[in-house]
Design a protein around this ligand. Structure first.
Ligand code: CP
Length: 331
């Protein structure tokens, strides 16, 4: 088991090797078991994490903060808009200075074309690990939690299992493309047959598509792109329909809203779940646009027969994988 993660950044899904991800999962299951038994596990006693948010959050903030406390340390919630970042603190200064105060720096910055570059700049000047709480390109902790959840529901050998990572319509806001991008990288790597399903305007970054295809080739799985939601769902063991913005097509918000409305029928409803394989699972990172992106009858169906929604198990697993990565990198 490869365990040499001390001091390492986790910014892109592929920053850790497959073996290192397996180590993270093993530690996450151990920590999940300890929490279930009420066994203390203060692996980061007296350590501190800076959580720097440029964008709102419910699950990410809550799970990192609770996770650090459960590991015996402390997480500080810092919002960019209430700090001197708003008045000129640079990424270099944040890396240098927060790296001297804290034992890890976690950042959420999803601005398109900015977030990932910002994190990499902070990491360049930080003496402690930088952890990506979501950027414009990746949401690696979400993908780790999703992988953990799929293994819990479908077994450790995912080869031969089909997952549909599908676009769905939402009216709330232009959601980042980081979740589908991280998912196709991680799930191909673990041998799944990955279908990326979206209207033509909602394409993902070409480099990420190439990497996903290469991961599928290495793992003996498959990676295909489809433009029909029903076709994507047909026979799938796992469906992950969620909205994302058409960021690679237009930067104009009005135009993107108008493009989205053309596909308002891309909703995950009971009819579409009926196309999936027996005992399939419905996943979503949340928050979801209920009644628009997904029918209430789908997201709220937490028990069989037939397909089930696993959204709460998925959200819980954020806590366990993040604790595992923090314990391994911030020791
Ligand atoms: N899934 C997720 O990252 O949730 P939050 O935006 O609430 O953190």
């Amino acid at each position: 088991m490869q365990t040499d993660l001390r001091g390492r950044d986790f910014i892109s899904d592929l920053d850790f090797s497959k073996e290192e991800v397996e180590t993270v999962l093993d530690v996450a299951w151990d920590l999940k078991r300890k929490r279930a038994l009420g066994e203390p596990h203060p692996l980061l006693r007296d350590k501190t994490l800076a959580m720097l948010f440029f964008f709102s959050s419910t699950r990410t903030r809550g799970s990192f903060e609770a996770g650090m406390a459960q590991l015996g340390g402390h997480a500080a919630f810092i919002e960019s808009k209430t700090t001197q970042i708003a008045h000129g603190d640079t990424a270099k200064e944040i890396g240098e200075i927060l790296g001297r105060y804290y034992d890890g720096i976690a950042i959420r910055h999803v601005d398109w074309g900015v977030g990932n570059a910002y994190m990499r700049e902070v990491a360049r000047y930080s003496r402690v690990p930088v952890l990506n709480m979501q950027c414009d390109i990746y949401h690696p902790f979400q993908a780790l939690a999703d992988l953990m959840t799929i293994i819990e529901k479908k077994g450790r050998n995912l080869r031969g299992q089909t997952v549909a990572v599908s676009w769905a319509y939402a009216a709330s806001y232009q959601k980042p493309i980081s979740v589908p991008q991280s998912l196709i990288l991680v799930l191909t790597r673990f041998g799944m047959n990955v279908r990326l399903v979206h209207p033509p305007e909602y394409k993902l970054m070409p480099d990420i598509l190439d990497q996903a295809a290469e991961e599928a080739r290495r793992a003996g799985g498959a990676f295909e792109i489809l433009h029909d939601m029903d076709e994507g769902f047909r026979g799938a063991d796992v469906v992950y329909p969620k909205s994302w913005g058409c960021l690679l097509t237009t930067s104009d918000l009005e135009e993107s809203a108008s493009i989205g409305k053309r596909y308002a029928d891309w909703i995950c409803d009971e009819r579409r779940m009926g196309l999936t394989a027996e005992d399939s699972i419905y996943m979503h990172c949340l928050p979801a646009d209920r009644g628009i992106e997904v029918a209430e009858a789908v997201i709220d169906k937490q028990a069989g027969p037939g397909w089930t929604s696993v959204v709460y198990d998925e959200a819980e697993n954020r806590l366990h994988v993040q604790k595992a990565v923090m314990a391994l990198t911030m020791r």
